[in-house]
Every structure is written in C-alpha cells, then in structure tokens.
Design a protein around this ligand. Structure first.
Ligand SMILES: Cc1cc2nc3c(=O)[nH]c(=O)nc-3n(C[C@H](O)[C@H](O)[C@H](O)COP(=O)(O)OP(=O)(O)OC[C@H]3O[C@@H](n4cnc5c(N)ncnc54)[C@H](O)[C@@H]3O)c2cc1C
Length: 414
C-alpha cells in the first residue's frame, strides 16, 4: 500500500478500478477536495492504456459526436459529450502536462507513446495525494442503510461515503477488466444489457481462408440481414486463416455479434473493388481483348494473387484455362464475385481479443451525473456502461468524459 498526501474534504471517495476512467475520476474528485482512494486489482494502474492504439494511445478524436457510439440511449451519450468534448479532453491533458498531437482528427500523445498518457495521470494522482492501492482486488460492495459503502477486500473491509465503479468491461481480461463491475452492478440491483465482444475479428465459414491468410486488401465489408444490406464499412481488410480482421471488420463486429445472438450465422459480403464505377469491366475487357493469355494472366493486374485463385475457383475456372475458350459471361462472373464475395460469419473472436464490449449497465439506471438512481452515492463510468464507440479514440474519450463528470459529482458535499 502506498499512502500519499491526503486531500482536505470530508468526502471519502473510493474509485474501484484504476484504469482510464477511474484515474480521471480520481483526479477530478481529488481536485475538488475529496479524500480519494483507488483500489486496483492489478499490480499497477492503467495496464490497458499501454496497449491502446498499438502502443500509441489514440486518446480522442476531433470528429466527436454521438454517431460514433452505440448505446440504447444515445441522447444520454450526447449530453455527456456536450459537457466534456474534444476541447475539454485536450485541455484536461494539457493541465496535467501532456501535449496532444492530431493526425487527421485522431488525437495522440505528442510522444506517440501510450506510456506518456499513463505517466502523467499517475504523477497527477500522486501530486494530489490520492491513495493508490494496487494488487487489491475488490470482492464485494454493499451500501448500508446509513448511506455509506462497505467495500470488501480479500481480508479487510473499507468504508466510504461515495463509490465510483470503474472496473471496465470484460474485453481484454489480461489487462484486468474481467467483468467484476457487471457482477457488482447486478448485485446492487442495476439492469445490465447483454454484453458481447466488439471491435473484434470475425470468424467465417470456408476452407479457403487458410490460402488467403495474411492478404490485406482495400474493400467494403457489408452486413446483410434477411437479404437486406444493414451496414457496411470501407477500408483495409485483413484476411486471416479463420475469417476477416482490420478496421472495417472491427467497426461492424458489434452489429454482427448482436445478430449472432439470434441466429447461428450472419451473411456478409465483401466488395474488393469498391472504387470502381459500373463501366469498369467493359473498359477492362475492351482493353484486354486482343490478349492471348491464361485466365490467371488476364486478371493478374487486378487483385492479390491469392485472392484471384479463390475467385477463379468460385467461378469454376482453373488458372491455366485459356481466356479464348472462356465465355464472356464467365469472365464477367469472376469480376462479379470480386464485387460481391459472399461470406458466412459464424462468430467472432472472444472477449480475450476484443478491444471493447457492447452492452453493459443500462444508462436508464443513471442520472446525468452518472450516479445510480437506485443506489445514491454510487457512480458508474467508462466501458462498464452500455456505451461502445467505434475505432478512433472514442472509447477512451468516453472513459475520460464519464470519469471527469462522475469524479466532480462524487466529491460534492450534500
Ligand atoms: C488492444 C486494445 C486497444 C485499444 N485501443 C484503443 C484506442 O486506441 N483508443 C480508444 O479510444 N480505445 C481503445 N481501446 C479501448 C479502451 O482502452 C477502453 O475502452 C478503456 O480503457 C476503458 O476504460 P475503463 O476505465 O472503463 O476500463 P479499463 O481501462 O479496462 O480499467 C478498468 C480497471 O479496473 C480494474 N478492475 C477490474 N475489476 C476490479 C476489481 N474487482 N477490483 C479492483 N480493480 C478492478 C482493472 O484491473 C482495470 O485496471 C483499446 C482496447 C484494447 C483492449
């Protein structure tokens, strides 16, 4: 246990979980004068921050709006973003000594090292005298009739006026967030919306995946429901030995996982040439008509070689077939396959590989200060809530913003 300088307020605030949201909540509560303790089960704070943005920590985005999030209550999300937006994020970090750099709207620490973000948060906590107890998993949480909270540790109980639950979701449990927050919330009578992995790779049927593993290709990934296109994302797709990965896949994974909750499989398709106009194939064949080639040579300039083999097989062709002997409709079919490559998704990778979770504690349970309506004095923040953002810094933004709001509110004397 590390005890540092204490605050001066009467309010004793406990933050359960020393991740992104918990650290910001502790800073704002301590700045407002409360005596703040962070209880963190890992042997150090902010383990997950270190793996964000491939170690660079994409901590926010200029293009912030509720449209970048999923939740049953986007109006609530909007109100939070209104109170703590991108400017507030930049100035909060500036206030603790972190310079932020912007790349196409994406925000990173100027050092482009996630460790800088964690360091400045930790230094500020120490400066403010927040009590940091690491290696300290919370086992239970009870609110007494008098309104104080009893926090159960392995072989000790602690008492607080206010508790901020910041245990995260159950995505990437190696970083500490293994779903304890959901358990505590449920025990306290709060409603949880079903939790599924999001920002995660999709697993698909088909033996050909092994042959295309490692291919990266620009494409549009499309999700179908009952034969209707319901969502699509454009960008670099990464093909793996079991299915698809890459940013567009991550962005769509929560939608697919929701569909998979009610159906064993989901129909997807990939357009591997999303830029090309309708007349592309006629122009292509006009240019190529005098060529004597195998079909593999004919199409060699269009797609990754490994993908081409799959398209040809799907069209019933062998790579060595001569183009002269292939009817135009069959050549057209190869092209059509590349524009509408059908894929059957049977699942996603698990919570272990997911960056975030969709679902969580319902926002209906909370006031705008993120206090539980049924449990006054209890605040819930971060990914534990039924809010998940797209790739692009939006999830960390949600962690900072909810931490900031709840931290200030929890420190207020009633
Ligand atoms: C690989 C990866 C990359 C990502 N990259 C980005 C990115 O670039 N940009 C972005 O915006 N988002 C990114 N995210 C998502 C982002 O990191 C999370 O949304 C964010 O960290 C959530 O913050 P949180 O405070 O709610 O939870 P966490 O950061 O998970 O913190 C929860 C803390 O609670 C602790 N805890 C849990 N249970 C207990 C208990 N019983 N007792 C005590 N402590 C407990 C955990 O150990 C953990 O430290 C990424 C996630 C992953 C996994």
């Amino acid at each position: 246990m590390k005890i540092l300088r204490r605050g001066v307020s009467e309010m004793k605030v406990c933050v359960i979980g020393g991740g992104a949201s918990g650290m910001v909540a502790a800073i704002t509560a301590a700045r407002a004068g409360a005596q703040v303790t962070i209880l963190e089960k890992n042997d150090r704070l902010g383990k997950k921050i270190l793996v964000t943005g491939n170690g660079r920590c994409n901590l926010g985005n200029r293009n912030l709006s509720k449209e970048q999030y999923y939740s049953e209550d986007l109006a609530f999300v909007d109100r939070v973003l209104d109170r703590f937006g991108t400017e507030e994020t930049i100035s909060f970090f500036r206030s603790i000594g972190l310079l932020v750099r912007e790349k196409n709207g994406y925000l990173y620490p100027y050092s482009e090292q996630a460790s800088s973000v964690l360091d400045v948060l930790r230094y500020e906590l120490e400066q403010l005298g927040v009590i940091l107890r690491t290696g300290c998993p919370v086992r239970g949480l009870v609110r007494s009739g008098s309104g104080t909270f009893r926090v159960m540790l392995q072989d000790e109980q602690l008492f607080f006026d206010r508790v901020i639950l910041a245990c995260g979701s159950q995505a990437a449990p190696k970083t500490g967030s293994s779903g304890d927050g959901y358990l505590f919330a449920r025990q306290l009578g709060l409603t949880l919306l079903p939790v599924v992995p999001a920002l995660v790779q999709l697993r698909c049927r088909g033996s050909f995946w092994k042959s295309v593993a490692g291919v990266r290709s620009e494409g549009r990934l499309c999700v179908m429901e009952k034969g209707r296109l319901i969502a699509s994302e454009r960008g670099e797709l990464q093909l793996t030995e079991y299915g698809v990965s890459g940013i567009p896949t991550f962005q769509l994974s929560r939608i697919v996982n929701r569909l998979l909750a009610n159906s064993p499989e989901v129909e997807l398709f990939i357009d591997f040439m999303p830029d090309q106009p309708d007349e592309f194939f006629s122009d292509f064949t006009r240019n190529m008509k005098k060529r004597t080639r195998t079909v593999e040579e004919y199409f060699a300039g269009l797609w990754n070689k490994k993908l081409l083999q799959v398209f040809l097989k799907e069209a019933g062709l062998r790579p060595s077939d001569s183009v002269r002997n292939i009817p135009r409709q069959t050549l057209e079919r190869v092209y059509a396959i590349s524009r509408h490559f059908s894929v059957v998704c049977t699942g996603s990778n698990s919570f272990d590989q997911a960056q975030v979770c969709a679902g969580g504690v319902s926002l209906d349970e909370l006031t705008d200060e993120l206090e539980a309506k049924k449990v006054p004095g209890l605040y819930l923040i971060g990914e534990l809530l039924d809010v998940d953002g797209k790739c692009g810094g939006y999830n960390l933004h949600w962690a900072w913003s909810t931490g900031y709001i709840a931290g200030s509110a929890a420190a207020e004397e009633t």
